[in-house]
Write a protein that binds this ligand. Structure first.
Ligand SMILES: [Zn+2]
Length: 274
């Protein structure tokens, strides 16, 4: 390949792994991977996933994707469209389980007004589980193809979080600065900022097609601007645990039990304390 375009990055560098992991086998894998989080966490999650927390499979008319949802005083619920032959669904389940357990412990330890959690922490509990699952699977996997798949997935995660999300956050910062200084926020201004950030983050060996100048119009950017540095925090937290090689599960439990009683508002506070 002589040059690389943004759309090339949507193609995985390694072939998709052929697997068949049933829903119950996925639960077993996840529980083994999350062992560092302690017996209480595992017991609760085991019971929840095997009982009625999860709407597991596709059905006619059901929406696609996956998410976790909760209401105070009730079990946390998960919507999945789990498929045994899609290996990334195991990661999706681990991710959503992280949200549910965060909610479970926050509800258990906090009153109604404090059981929510700060936006900085929400995705930490879920992507943290994905990081533990990756590490566990890499420890277990001898198969070259599976190892390649896991490492490729990790590399792509780093590109998406450390680079891309940081670029989004910088875009947000520049836009706000112009607004605060009374400058005009026109289509041309948005395009220019976005283009210059692309050049700075991905140039000059990456072909930046003109169509990318309006990529900022995607809904997640225009709707959730203020939360865009979250994934960066998550990546830092996940990696820091990996490098430390250990996890104080008592600290983690108090973190996900704190709800809004602890307002972690700064990324470095979250990363340092997890
Ligand atoms: Zn999530």
């Amino acid at each position: 390949m002589d040059d690389i375009h943004q759309y090339d990055t949507f193609v995985s560098m390694v072939p998709v792994v052929q697997t068949k992991v049933t829903f119950n086998e996925a639960i077993n894998l996840i529980l083994k991977a999350l062992k560092p989080l302690g017996a209480d966490y595992l017991r609760t999650l085991d019971n929840g996933l095997r009982s009625r927390w999860v709407d597991r499979y596709e059905t006619k008319g059901k929406r696609s994707g996956a998410f976790a949802s909760s209401s105070y005083g009730n079990p946390p619920y998960i919507l999945m469209n789990y498929k045994a032959d899609v290996f990334s669904d195991v990661f999706t389940l681990a991710h959503e389980a992280g949200h549910s357990m965060h909610t479970w412990f926050a509800q258990k330890h906090q009153s109604f007004q404090d059981y929510g959690y700060p936006i900085f922490l929400a995705e930490v509990a879920s992507t943290f589980n994905e990081a533990l699952l990756t590490h566990y699977l890499l420890e277990q996997a001898d198969d070259v193809q599976m190892r390649a798949y896991l490492i490729d997935r990790q590399i792509e995660d780093i590109r998406q979080t450390l680079f891309r999300q940081t670029m989004f956050a910088e875009f947000e910062k520049e836009v706000h600065e112009i607004e605060e200084n009374g400058g005009p926020l026109t289509l041309e201004v948005f395009r220019e900022i976005y283009r210059s950030l692309f050049d700075a983050y991905f140039g000059p060996h990456f072909v930046i097609d003109d169509e990318l100048n309006i990529e900022w119009q995607v809904p997640c950017l225009t709707r959730f601007l203020s939360s865009l540095c979250r994934p960066f925090v998550e990546a830092v937290v996940g990696e820091s645990v990996k490098f430390r090689g250990n996890l104080n599960h008592a600290d983690s439990m108090s973190r996900i039990s704190a709800g809004l009683a602890v307002a972690a508002t700064e990324p470095h506070d979250v990363a340092r304390s997890w």
